[in-house]
Structure formats: structure tokens, C-alpha cells
Design a protein around this ligand. Structure first.
Ligand SMILES: Cc1cc2nc3c(=O)[nH]c(=O)nc-3n(C[C@H](O)[C@H](O)[C@H](O)COP(=O)(O)OP(=O)(O)OC[C@H]3O[C@@H](n4cnc5c(N)ncnc54)[C@H](O)[C@@H]3O)c2cc1C
Length: 570
């Protein structure tokens, strides 16, 4: 089994030392969230994840969730752990106190998300989609729907799903076939099939609240005719009690490469009762509230899995002896593999990416809070632009890096990484979904350069990430200009470059986060020499070995796409 110690010290460092964000500090809402309180929460969260959630990773992988006699059964230990999870209030951490939540900021819940992703992504997904559904309902539903559904979801007694994908419609949601027929009482009858629905059915909660996109009978084709509906597994009576079963059934549970404890379901909606959320034909706008927040959380999944892969690799490298290092003092036997430069390089690569990503994600959480709650509309809008720009970057960069890091972890373990006993290959398999769901990483890159072009071209926005990173800023700006130019007359050039562009922006942003960490590290050096020295050396690796990848992304991408589009595949 893998080991895991939650990185509470690094999280507290970010919370205490990188809070010097003026706009964030102006938020009245979080004035009472002191470092002492956050430390207590993180220490409790660490215990939960290390002792209770971590063992579920192996049991879930070995005993996947199954559909048996019409019931979806989660792996051994899941139900007990889920009950403890909700009893101790973890589900409600970031939810509105109005519905029974604890009102913690995203800066704190993002740390918790990272820990859960490290301990067991498959288990995490049951609560994660509920929070996504909660956010969507809270933003877009009527007061009566909120009152009826949110308290139980916040309590964790009912869970949530996001039902978009159908057999013929994945990335292109405009192709969806699920229908919604309006009834005389204002409700709708929903019919159609959804596939790949995370936590679509399971035995952990009393009810499941599906958020389903469908097309009303008189709506136009394409994305302009999509509406959003709330469809409960069990109808909820006026007094809030659970009534009869709704017309939703589970066709099957997918057999998957990883996250095997997570129930990925085919759901059949057969004249099921649904309630429209938000305006008709604007369903995608409402769903985007859920999807955008989810995308950041999926990025954090990549970060969490990277962290546990790093911790185990480091531990193994300190225990495994093979060969003599160049500086070996031994006359016989072998050194620990951590003495070899190549292994050290891999470990530092992991560490420098992970700590940079964590700092970037902390900054993005702050910006998200400013975009939601700042009193000044202009500041709010600026923060919202930044969040919108950085959401696809964080989703893709962190999950792609998760693939690199989990693969390198297997390499450090050698054959013991490839075989199952150590649990390392599972991290690679579990992470493999993260670049795919919530919009594939390529589609995120397309979204970044095509749909967010108006934000991109306000170059001062990019500049503020990048003081002190002059050479790479220049590349980013040159690359941005190249994209702008190609956007006019050669969209294939842009499409073939957008993944590279996303990585350049992501690495510049991560470097910027590192600069913030370095400022504190130099200023406060004497206060905690060992901690800050490690930060400075890790940053040194990032700037020497990771950041220069930017140049290669730029040079290869700007060779254009003619030779790609002209190639004849036989
Ligand atoms: C384990 C798991 C859990 C999931 N959970 C959920 C869930 O809870 N709810 C839900 O609704 N869905 C869920 N999904 C579905 C997931 O979001 C989709 O699989 C994903 O969005 C991609 O859609 P697709 O599989 O149909 O691929 P496609 O859309 O068919 O894409 C195939 C390939 O084509 C590329 N591509 C597509 N369009 C373009 C384009 N315009 N330009 C360039 N390249 C393009 C893609 O990047 C991809 O590489 C889940 C899937 C899995 C496997």
C-alpha cells in the first residue's frame, strides 16, 4: 500500500505567507478565518485522509463498484468511511451556512480537495460531484428548489451528479438527444440515456440529485436549445421527505482502467420528473457554473495524485539500494538510489512542479473568492477574467503533469512500480482520466485560445503574472501575437498550437507563483532556514529545468500546421 502524509506545513505556509493579496484581504466574509482555525481544520483533515480514506484506494481498486440485482454496490469500507465523512461535517466545509454549511473559503477547501485526491480519487468523486451540483443549484435554482434540496445535499445525506454525456454527444453537447416535455403543472418529463455518469448510482446516500441537460420539445437544435433540469432519483415530497422512485434506472456500471471504486454509470431516464433550473435554453450557461468550478477541482486532482506519487517515490528512493553513485564512499555493496543524479533530477522535477502548482492553485482560489464576493464591481470583473483565463490552464497543466509525475514514479520504482504490489501503477491509472473528463485537455486548450481570446489580448493581464520572468514573458507575448495573427487567416495553425500555448501560459503562471514563494523565502529566511532553503533550491530546479520547456513549445508550435494538414493518412 502507498504511504501518505498530508503536506500541512506547505499548505499553512501558503495560507499564512501568501495571503498578502490586497483584494482578497478586503473580503469581509473571511475576516474571521484565522491561521489557527485553518491549521486545526487541516490537521483533522490530514488524520481523516491518512487513516480512513487512504486504505480505500487499494480496496476500491481490487473490488470495483458493481451493479448487483439492481443495486450499485460501492467497494468494502466505502459506506462506513462515507458515513464518518458526513458525520464529521466534511461535506459541508465550503457550503453556505444558510443551508447548514461551514462557509470555509475555497483556499481552505482546495487544500482539502488536494488531500482527498491524494488519498483516494475514486472515493472523493462521490462527494465532489455533490458539491458541484450544490454550487449549480445555489447559483441558478429558485428559492423553493434550494430550500427543498440543498440542506440534505450539504449534510451529505443526498448526493449529486452532472449528466451531460450521451453515446453520440461527448465534447459536442449540441448533439444531445435527451428530451424534456413540459407538463401542465410546470414540471417536465425527461427521457433519454446518459452515459459515463460519475456517482450516477450507489448505496452511499438516501437520494441522488441529477442535474441533467436536455432539449425541450419546442427548443432549437444545437447548443442554443439546451436546458438544465433537476431530476431526483426519488421524488421529494412537499414536506421534504422521500417519496416514490422517479423514472431513472441504472443500465450498467462501466468497467474502467482506474478509479474503479467510483461508480461510472449508464443512466436511463424514462419519463422521469424534472424541474427546470435557470432559464429555458440557457442550460449550458447554468451548467458552466458547475463545470468551471469542477475544472479547477479536476486540476487539483492531478496535483493531489502527483503529491502522493512524489512522496512514495522519495520514500522508495531512500530505501532501495542499487549501484554505486559517482560520489560513493562505499568499498562494497550499493548506494541508495537517491544518490544517483538521474533519480534526484526526477524527484526534484516532481517536487518543483507540485509546489509551484500548489502556490498557483492557492492564488487561483483567492481570485475565485474575489470574483464572487468583492464589493467593487470592477475588481470583481477583473478577478473573474483571470479565473476564466486560468481555469483551462490549471485543469490541463496539472493533470498532464500528473501523467508525467505518476509515470516517473513508476520509473523510480523500476519493476516494482510496474507490478501491482506497491500501488504505484494504480496512481498512473487513476490519474489517466483527469486529462479526459470535464472537457479533454485539448478542448481546454481550444477554449483558451479561441473563446478566451478577448481576455488573452489584454496583455497587461498576462504581464502581471510575469514580472521578473523576462525571457519567458517575451516568448509568451510573442506566442500570443502569433496566435492573434494566425487567428485571422489560419485557424488550423492555432488549433495545432493551442496545447503548447496552454502549457506556456501555465508554466509562466506557475513560475510567477514560484516568484511569490521566493519573495517570502528570502524575506523570512532567518525565521525558518531549513524550510526556506528547501523552497529556494526547489525553485532553482524549476527555473533551470522545467521553465525552459517553454522555448521548445514555442519553437515547435510556431512551425505551423500545413505539413500536418497536408499529410495523407493511408
Ligand atoms: C470515468 C469517467 C467519468 C466521467 N464522468 C462524467 C460525468 O460525471 N458526467 C458527464 O456528463 N460525463 C462524464 N464523463 C464523460 C467525459 O466528460 C467525456 O468522456 C469527455 O468529455 C470526452 O467526450 P467523449 O468521450 O465523447 O470524446 P469525444 O468528444 O468523442 O472526443 C474524442 C477526441 O476528439 C477530440 N475532440 C473532440 N472535439 C474536438 C474539437 N472540436 N477539436 C479538436 N479535438 C476534438 C477530443 O479531445 C478527444 O481527444 C466521464 C467519462 C469517464 C470516462
Amino acid at each position: 500500500m502507498t504511504i501518505y502524509t498530508a503536506p500541512v506545513e506547505d499548505m499553512m505556509f501558503l495560507f499564512e505567507k501568501l495571503r498578502n493579496n490586497k483584494n482578497y484581504n478586503e473580503l469581509e466574509k473571511y475576516k474571521e478565518i484565522t491561521p489557527e482555525l485553518v491549521k486545526d481544520i487541516l490537521e483533522e483533515a490530514a488524520k481523516l485522509n491518512q487513516n480512513i480514506i487512504l486504505p480505500l484506494a487499494k480496496s476500491g481498486d481490487e473490488n470495483p463498484t458493481v451493479l448487483e440485482n439492481g443495486i450499485v454496490r460501492t467497494p468494502p469500507g466505502y459506506k462506513e468511511a462515507y458515513n464518518k465523512f458526513v458525520e464529521d461535517g466534511w461535506q459541508s466545509l465550503s457550503c453556505d451556512p444558510k443551508y447548514g454549511g461551514q462557509g470555509m473559503p475555497k483556499t481552505v477547501s482546495a487544500f482539502f480537495d488536494e488531500m482527498l485526491s491524494s488519498a483516494s480519487l475514486a472515493f472523493k468523486l462521490y462527494s465532489e460531484l455533490s458539491i458541484g451540483a450544490y454550487n449549480c443549484i445555489n447559483h441558478h435554482a429558485s428559492d423553493s428548489i434550494k430550500k427543498k434540496f440543498l440542506p440534505k445535499m450539504v449534510e451529505g445525506k443526498w448526493s449529486g451528479t452532472m449528466c451531460l454525456t450521451e453515446a453520440v454527444c461527448g465534447t459536442d453537447l449540441g448533439l444531445l438527444k435527451t428530451k424534456a416535455v413540459e407538463q401542465s403543472n410546470g414540471t417536465f418529463k425527461i427521457s433519454g440515456q446518459k452515459i459515463f455518469i460519475t456517482s450516477g448510482d450507489h448505496n452511499l446516500t438516501e437520494n441522488i440529485i441529477h442535474l441533467v441537460i436536455a432539449r425541450a420539445s419546442d427548443s432549437p437544435a444545437g447548443t442554443k436549445g439546451i436546458s438544465l433540469f433537476l431530476v431526483p432519483k426519488f421524488i421529494v415530497n412537499e414536506d421534504g421527505s422521500i417519496g416514490q422512485r422517479n423514472g431513472v434506472s441504472t443500465g450498467s456500471v462501466e468497467s474502467k482502467m482506474g478509479i474503479k471504486g467510483s461508480a461510472t454509470c449508464v443512466l436511463n431516464f424514462d419519463n422521469s420528473v424534472g424541474y427546470m433550473i435557470g432559464p429555458k435554453n440557457k442550460g449550458l450557461n447554468s451548467m458552466f457554473t458547475m463545470m468551471n468550478l469542477e475544472r479547477i477541482v479536476v486540476g487539483i486532482q492531478g496535483l493531489g495524485i502527483s503529491e502522493i506519487a512524489y512522496q512514495n517515490s522519495l520514500n522508495y528512493a531512500k530505501e532501495r539500494k542499487q549501484g554505486k553513485s559517482h560520489q560513493s564512499q562505499l568499498s562494497e555493496g550499493a548506494d541508495f538510489i537517491i544518490k544517483h543524479a538521474d533519480i534526484r533530477k526526477s524527484l526534484l522535477n516532481m517536487k518543483s512542479i507540485i509546489e509551484g502548482e500548489r502556490a498557483l492553485s492557492f492564488w487561483l482560489s483567492q481570485q475565485t473568492e474575489v470574483s464572487l464576493y468583492h464589493k467593487d464591481e470592477k475588481i470583481k470583473q477583473e478577478a473573474s477574467d483571470l479565473v476564466s483565463l486560468m481555469t483551462p490552464v490549471v485543469k490541463s497543466l496539472f493533470t498532464d503533469m500528473g501523467m508525467e509525475i505518476t509515470s516517473d514514479a513508476i520509473q523510480i520504482y523500476g519493476g516494482y512500480g510496474y507490478t501491482k504490489d506497491q500501488g504505484i501503477e494504480q496512481l498512473y491509472r487513476d490519474n489517466r482520466i483527469t486529462p479526459i473528463y470535464e472537457g479533454t485537455n485539448s478542448v481546454q486548450a481550444i477554449d483558451l485560445v479561441f473563446r478566451k481570446e478577448d481576455i488573452l489580448i489584454k496583455e497587461e493581464k498576462i504581464k502581471q503574472f510575469t514580472e521578473k520572468l523576462n525571457k519567458n514573458i517575451e516568448i509568451l507575448l510573442k506566442f500570443t501575437n502569433w496566435i492573434k495573427e494566425k487567428m485571422q487567416n489560419s485557424k488550423d495553425d492555432v488549433s495545432a498550437a493551442c496545447n503548447d500555448y496552454l502549457k506556456v501560459l501555465g508554466l509562466v503562471a506557475t513560475a510567477h507563483a514560484w516568484v511569490k514563494v521566493l519573495e517570502v523565502s528570502f524575506n523570512d529566511y532567518e525565521k525558518n532556514k531549513q524550510f526556506y532553503e528547501e523552497k529556494i533550491q526547489t525553485a532553482n530546479f524549476f527555473f533551470n529545468r522545467v521553465l525552459p520547456r517553454i522555448e521548445s513549445y514555442y519553437l515547435t508550435a510556431t512551425t505551423g500546421s500545413k505539413y500536418i494538414m497536408d499529410f495523407k493518412f493511408n
